[in-house]
Design a protein around this ligand. Structure first.
Ligand SMILES: Cc1cc2nc3c(=O)[nH]c(=O)nc-3n(C[C@H](O)[C@H](O)[C@H](O)COP(=O)(O)OP(=O)(O)OC[C@H]3O[C@@H](n4cnc5c(N)ncnc54)[C@H](O)[C@@H]3O)c2cc1C
Ligand code: SF4
Ligand code: SF4
Length: 653
């Protein structure tokens, strides 16, 4: 095997994996060194572990599973199109693939082992392709379960509430969503701008959930229109999915000026179609993802030089008036600044979004700590006073004289909190709800919580928490103790389910017949030689044979980056979805960490021909090869050359 040095690393300087050091030229006497000296009584076993992509996805997607489907290795038993089969696999853990594929910042890709070769797998590109295909072909979600007669109240119709409704319906529980506003979607609709998540995509994915038989009460605020005590009487359990929808204003003197607003109100006014332009210089304080959306919107809607007093942007943002469409024609490019205390390199925003807004003409001013809002004689903010600062060992120090930045509107994008009016009992003092790891509300039996109300994060996090909370609710409704969660808590591949779907499940174990069996290798009431460690272990890249994978960069979605001169009025989606061929090729880059992907390496390299392919009629994912233990000499070559780390020397010992 030392001979394949030439292919390892190849001609590609970008390929990070190297099995040998530069200028290594000698190889050992491999027959003796590798085969003979490796002889042992330990034989290969097939070990399933969780891939790190899945371990890093907060909704616990079986990513490797749906990539295996997309690349054509796992074919649907019923002959349905691969996209439908992949959609079913995706929606076991997340009913919003089209939205995720667009706006999830994809922590899964950061975790992907392929980063150790060249680029991660474009996981959310594949997710978007399948999600869009499902919408286009009007696919329904998995079917609702058999009715249990239990009823759950869900407070909040954002992504957490709707995902919970979906998972509850799969388990056969009835549920009602109570939503304060006239529309479902929460921050996915009122926070994230429509050009990032097109409304027809959101509506399509929402309506599929509602079609499963979810009752929805819009314009109903719990704590005002309906009391918690009433819900406790009418429902068997309550899930709080109320998000953290209120923005925080700046904690500095003068921030009570009417034209000093918070980012959440600003984005809601834009997304509801009320706010159509700004005026003068806009200062946005903060550099997280909300700040990026605020400035990106500001550059797109531009500003109007002379407008009527009543049309001042803050009057619209605060809900006193609405801009009329006619004025839109007068818009010009806006003067939009980000003011940030730390350095641009420390900005918490997704790097991609930050680069995009800079390209669109937003000015970034870092190292400036806001200290006061300066008002004019009418009480309006006319400038932001800032203190230049520098950072040494994480400590902020003044670095020069304070100065004023003139502006017409200040938008604080520095955090969000919940609105607990009428439900004060649930506020933990930080505008959030205290819960345990099983998403049970502290000291309130029968109450559960999920999503931003626990701690603001991402859509996928809200969905993952909703799934866990529904499992807890399910146990609670069954009057069982709520079980602890596994160490690696995901929607894992299950070999038994895979075998069942192909009618290959083991026979029933019969106590009377099989109790005294010695050795079970020829019996068919067990899944042989398979060790499922997915609940406990994530497979690191060190366990893979990375030298197998050749340089093959990611297929990136094309992105229309719009420059500063063209951004006004541009509400086009930035990313173009991969086409089917690109999607399949991208899925084909997956290294299938922790699971066999049928590369034949073990068959080719075994010096004793001890490994054989299982019959086609017995083939399933994870059951492609088997070992003849009469022939195996325990040399461990198969485990060495297994690219995906699925083979471990474990049997015998
Ligand atoms: C500007 C912005 C941009 C973002 N961008 C991204 C992104 O690109 N990618 C990403 O993954 N995440 C992003 N996020 C985060 C993501 O939107 C949230 O994590 C997610 O929406 C949280 O879902 P949720 O259901 O917990 O809460 P929400 O979406 O906030 O939904 C809560 C719902 O509860 C309702 N409600 C509240 N109180 C009551 C009550 N008492 N009675 C009845 N109804 C009530 C609210 O009206 C709301 O509809 C962004 C967030 C913001 C603010
Ligand atoms: S939801 Fe996000 S983290 Fe999970 S697979 Fe999709 S892109 Fe990755
Ligand atoms: S190579 Fe495939 S299985 Fe491995 S971490 Fe990346 S996406 Fe997941």
């Amino acid at each position: 095997m030392a001979d394949n040095k030439s292919v390892v690393g190849g001609d590609h300087p970008n390929l990070t994996f190297r099995r040998y050091k530069d200028n290594d030229s000698d190889h050992g006497r491999w027959i003796e060194d590798v085969v003979s000296s490796g002889l042992s009584y330990i034989c290969p076993t097939y070990v399933h572990k969780t891939p790190p992509c899945q371990g890093s996805c907060p909704s616990g997607h079986d990513i490797r599973g749906w990539l295996t489907i997309a690349r054509g290795m796992d074919k649907p038993a019923d002959g349905s199109p691969w996209q439908e089969y992949a959609f079913k696999r995706m929606t076991m853990s997340n009913p919003f693939p089209s939205v995720m594929g667009r706006v999830c910042p994809a922590p899964c890709e950061d975790g992907c082992n392929r980063n150790e070769v060249e680029d991660p797998i474009g996981i959310n590109s594949v997710e978007q392709f399948v999600g869009d295909w499902a919408l286009e072909h009007k696919l329904s979600l998995l079917e609702a379960g058999k009715s249990t007669g239990k009823k759950v109240a869900i407070i909040g119709g954002g992504v957490a509430g709707m995902s919970a409704a979906y998972f509850l319906r799969l388990k056969g529980h009835d549920c009602t969503i109570f939503e304060e506003y006239a529309e479902l979607g929460g921050m996915a609709v009122f926070g994230i701008p429509g050009y990032r998540t097109p409304r027809e995509v959101l509506e399509g994915e929402i309506s599929r959930i509602i079609d499963l038989g979810v009752e929805v009460k819009l314009n109903t605020r719990v704590g005002k229109d309906v009391k918690v005590e009433q819900l406790e009487k009418d429902y068997d359990a309550i899930l709080w999915a109320i998000g953290a929808t209120t923005g925080r204003n700046l904690p500095i003197p003068g921030a009570d000026a009417p034209n000093c607003v918070d980012g959440m109100s600003y984005l809601r006014a834009f997304n509801e179609g009320r706010l159509k332009y700004l005026s003068g210089r806009i200062l946005v304080v903060g550099a997280g993802d909300t700040a990026m959306d605020v400035v990106a919107v500001a550059r797109r809607i531009g500003h109007i030089e002379h407008h009527h007093e009543k049309d001042r942007p803050e009057n619209v943002i605060l809900g006193f008036t609405v801009h009329d469409v006619a004025s839109v024609a007068k818009r010009q490019g806006g003067d939009v600044w980000i003011v940030y205390r730390r350095l641009v390199t420390d900005a918490p925003a997704t790097k991609h979004e930050l680069d995009a807004v800079l390209h669109e003409g937003v000015e970034f001013h870092d190292g400036l700590a806001p200290i006061e809002v300066i008002k004019d004689e009418d009480g309006q903010a006319k400038a932001l006073r800032v203190q230049p600062v520098k950072w040494t060992d994480g400590k902020m120090e003044n670095d020069g004289d304070e100065f004023d930045i003139e502006c017409s509107l200040i938008v604080a994008a520095t955090g969000q909190t919940g609105n607990y009016e009428g439900i004060e009992d649930f506020d933990n003092g930080w505008g959030l709800i205290d819960s345990d790891k099983l998403y049970c509300v502290k000291d309130k039996p029968g109450h559960f919580v999920a999503g931003d109300a626990v701690k603001p994060h991402l859509l996928t996090t809200a969905i993952g928490q909703a799934s866990v909370a529904v499992d807890s609710i399910d146990s609670y409704l069954d009057e069982e103790e709520i079980p602890k969660r596994p160490k690696v808590d995901s929607h894992h591949f299950n070999l038994l389910d895979e075998l069942r779907s192909r009618h290959l499940e083991p026979e029933e174990f019969k106590q009377d017949e099989h109790y005294d069996d010695w050795g079970t290798d020829s019996s068919n009431y067990a899944v042989h030689n398979f060790d499922d460690r997915a609940n406990a272990e994530i497979i690191p890249h060190e366990e893979l044979f990375l030298g197998y994978f050749e340089y093959d960069p990611m297929h990136r979605r094309t992105e229309s980056l719009v420059g500063a001169d063209e951004i006004l009025n541009n509400f086009d989606e930035r990313f173009r979805c991969l086409n089917e061929e690109q999607t399949i090729e991208e899925a084909g880059r997956c290294m299938s960490c922790g699971m066999c992907f049928e590369c034949d390496n073990c068959l080719i390299y075994c010096p004793e021909d001890a490994i054989y392919k299982v019959k086609d009629s017995e083939h399933a994912i994870g059951r492609y090869v088997a070992t003849d233990y009469d022939k195996c000499v325990g040399c461990h070559i198969c485990a060495e050359v297994c690219p995906s780390g699925y083979i471990k020397m474990g049997m015998g010992g």
